[in-house]
Design a protein around this ligand. Structure first.
Ligand SMILES: NC(=O)c1ccc[n+]([C@@H]2O[C@H](COP(=O)([O-])OP(=O)(O)OC[C@H]3O[C@@H](n4cnc5c(N)ncnc54)[C@H](OP(=O)(O)O)[C@@H]3O)[C@@H](O)[C@H]2O)c1
Length: 243
């Protein structure tokens, strides 16, 4: 992947999947804006370890954060070529306990995963349209495709993002907009889920959970392929085949 003289924003890049993607883009030569909501030290450490990066704090569930991120990228590099909408949240409510869900569960997850992703995207569109090779990758989940996941609002929010991906790809000419839907990935998010990871490794055809780099590989495929748009690439080791 060659991203020399290109600029990329990665939301939620202070750890896990976002960090791996930020590192991948930086290794390909891009200027990278590293974002997170609360983990400022970790985000600043990631940015400082990359050749050409800045850290910008911002909670994507706040409607003006996208404008703030894009303005910071344009101020530093004068252009924007790629956006990775990776930041997301969940709540842990077992799927069969859906009757205990409150409006607050739904609101908090949708404000970040769906509205937040949409408004960051909206803020980036003008700058992306000015690029000769612009792209967006949304990080969704196998939970948006199969009846699995840490909670129903999370699963439904990720399904909404896959659909948003296809809709925007149709509407926004010239910007390639795709999604990457991971299965279970070993990140800080899943740090305490040892039992689940063992179970997934046992039943998944590829017999392991994903690494953040597996997801970065899929993201790279979406960034480099010039003729794919509106698609969701599932990166789950075959987990979805056995659910
Ligand atoms: N791990 C998995 O098994 C898995 C599977 C499928 C999909 N995913 C998706 O992959 C993405 C990254 O997850 P991960 O596993 O890499 O988790 P992670 O290591 O916990 O990273 C999450 C990142 O998102 C940031 N973030 C969360 N809410 C934010 C907000 N409102 N505004 C800005 N940044 C925010 C976090 O920063 P702060 O801590 O500062 O908020 C952190 O940088 C998520 O969208 C998740 O749904 C993960």
């Amino acid at each position: 992947m060659d991203l020399k003289n290109r600029t990329v924003i990665v939301t939620g890049a202070s750890s896990g999947i976002g960090e791996a993607i930020a590192r991948r883009c930086a290794a390909a030569g891009a200027g990278v804006l590293v974002n997170s909501a609360t983990s400022v030290d970790a985000g600043e450490r990631v940015a400082a370890s990359l050749p050409d990066a800045i850290y910008v704090r911002g909670d994507i569930s706040e409607p003006t954060t996208g404008e703030h991120l894009v303005a910071a990228a344009l101020e530093r590099w004068g252009r924007l070529d790629g956006l990775v909408n990776n930041a997301g949240r969940t709540c842990e409510v077992p799927l069969d306990k859906f009757e205990s869900l409150t409006p607050e569960h739904w609101r908090r997850i949708f404000e970040t995963n769906v509205y937040g992703t949409f408004f960051v995207t909206l803020a980036a569109l003008d700058a992306l349209r000015a690029s000769d090779d612009a792209w967006i990758v949304n990080i969704t989940s196998i939970a948006g495709i199969r009846q699995t996941g840490s909670s129903l609002p999370y699963a439904v929010s990720k399904a909404a993002l896959d659909h948003l991906t296809a809709h925007l790809a149709k509407q926004v000419a010239g910007v390639r907009i795709n999604a990457v839907a991971p299965g279970l990935v070993a990140t800080p998010w899943t740090e305490s889920w040892d039992q689940l990871k063992a179970g997934v490794s046992a039943v998944t055809p590829l017999h392991r959970v994903a690494t953040p780099d597996d997801v970065a590989d899929a993201c790279e495929a979406m960034i480099t392929n010039r003729y794919v748009t509106g698609q969701t690439l599932v990166v789950d080791g075959g987990l979805g085949l056995v659910l």
